[in-house]
Design a protein around this ligand. Structure first.
Ligand code: IMP
Length: 429
């Protein structure tokens, strides 16, 4: 039974955690493959409401192995806090495993993240400030530190001093900040290792062995394809390369792309974005505020209000194709329940031309204007619908229009945050 990937098809926050939570039942391993604690997954289940940042959403199934893959950057203090908070609330982390190849977020990374944003001024990306991009930049620049180094105290000490020498030059001469002292960092990370050592292993081999045994591995994406470094709305993107594409899922867990047989894209029934950058269907008026309030669209990680707008069919069609999604999960349909009418972006206008693709250049990205099709709302509570046919006709039409526009069927439509508030059209796995 090969691997299944769950990816975000928009700018993140599509509700992937919830879909993973549903699909995890049928997998033996649930593995996160990208990003770091910039990500935030909200999960509501019989144990309560949880906000996860690094730990995979499968953690609520005690018999499943949950993997934090090599594609992540990990702040050990954050991971320990997340583990402690889960354990305190009765969620076992006994079967959690962390890749020995994952990179560490070090104390200089958030400092550089924040200083860089200040230097960018009006061009600031609106990062989460967690040090994610500097940590990935160091991985690519070969100045990163893998978590495996912590197992070798002398090796870690040597590596820390070597890297910090570079970083202190950067902090003092370029950013005008105080240098960091290696000793307290060394002590702090040793202490972290004493808590984390039991979880750290070669998770790539663990996943490959499971696949060899015919077990199902579920790969859990973070953020969304439009934040992808290569294919997103550059430079207003995140830095986990290529964070949300299906092949990135193989790279970030250490399995072969040939092991992936299904890619499920998760899309909100409307559009949201946190941070700066182009967003053609953004609504800066009362309708946008209404969407935000109906959907309680505030960031899980930073609490920032999310920018809201109508469903962008051009961007969604692009990300369905990029990822090779065979089907999608359409989330939060119920958020639209009270709207009298809805709009769907079916094409862009750029320099007087109608286009159906996402442009590459900055000026073009900011200048595209949405061409809308208007559809009637249903003004009926959908939160209790459990079959597609239970949905009001206008809601069915809305889902069908999106499917046609983006070229993928909706295997699942969610109508509320609870586990059972989902219409399963096709069981996916
Ligand atoms: P960074 O990942 O902190 O460098 O932030 C880069 C961009 O990605 C910013 O616009 C963030 O708001 C956005 N971003 C990062 N993580 C998430 C996420 O989990 N959901 C939504 N947006 C995110």
């Amino acid at each position: 039974m090969p691997a299944v990937v769950v990816i975000g098809g928009q700018w993140g926050d599509e509700g992937k955690g919830r879909i993973v939570d549903l699909l995890a039942r049928k997998a033996s391993i649930v593995a996160r493959y990208s990003a770091g604690h910039n990500a935030g997954h909200t999960i509501v289940n019989h144990m309560g409401k949880f906000a996860l940042h690094v730990v995979p959403a499968g953690i609520f199934y005690p018999e499943k192995t949950c993997v934090i893959g090599n594609g992540l950057v990990i702040d050990p203090a954050v991971l320990i806090e997340e583990i402690t908070s889960l354990e305190t609330r009765g969620v076992s982390t006994e079967k959690l495993r962390v890749s020995d190849r994952a990179q560490l977020v070090m104390p200089w990374h958030p400092m550089i993240d924040i200083a860089d944003e200040q230097l960018r001024g009006v061009n600031a990306v609106g990062t989460t400030g967690k040090g994610i991009t500097p940590a990935f930049a160091d991985k690519v620049g070969r100045l990163g530190i893998r978590i495996a180094e912590l197992a070798d105290p002398d090796g870690f000490s040597e590596r820390l001093r070597f890297v910090l020498e570079h970083k202190n030059r950067l902090l003092t001469r370029y950013y005008d900040l105080d240098p960091l002292d290696p000793e307290p960092i060394e002590d702090e990370y040793r202490e972290h290792w004493s808590r984390l050592a039991r979880y750290v292993t070669d998770t790539g081999e663990l996943c490959r062995e499971a696949l060899r045994q015919g077990e199902r591995v579920l790969l859990e994406g973070a953020q969304g394809t439009l934040l992808d470094l290569d294919n997103g709305t550059y430079d207003f993107v995140t830095s986990s390369v290529p964070t949300s594409m299906a092949a990135g899922a193989a790279m970030g867990t250490g399995i072969s792309p040939r092991d992936i047989d299904r890619v499920v894209g998760v899309y909100k029934a409307y559009q949201t974005r946190v941070g700066a950058g182009p967003m053609p269907t953004e609504l800066t008026d009362a309708t946008g505020d209404r969407l935000r309030e109906c959907g309680q669209e505030y960031g899980t990680t930073t609490g920032r209000p999310r920018r809201c707008g109508w469903f962008d069919g051009v961007a969604a069609r692009y990300t369905v194709q990029l990822n090779g999604c065979q089907s999608i999960s359409l989330t939060r349909l119920d958020v639209l329940d009270t709207f009298e009418s809805l709009k769907v972006c079916v094409a862009y206008e750029l320099d007087g031309r109608r286009i159906m693709t996402v442009p590459a250049g900055r000026r073009a990205l900011f200048s595209t204007r949405p061409i809308y099709e208007e559809m009637p709302g249903w003004q009926t509570d959908t939160s209790r619908c459990r079959n597609f046919d239970d949905l009001p006709t206008a809601a069915q039409d809305y889902v069908r229009r999106i499917e046609k526009l983006i070229g993928a069927p909706a295997a699942l439509v969610s109508v509320g945050p609870e586990r059972d508030q989902a219409i399963i059209v096709d069981p996916i796995i």
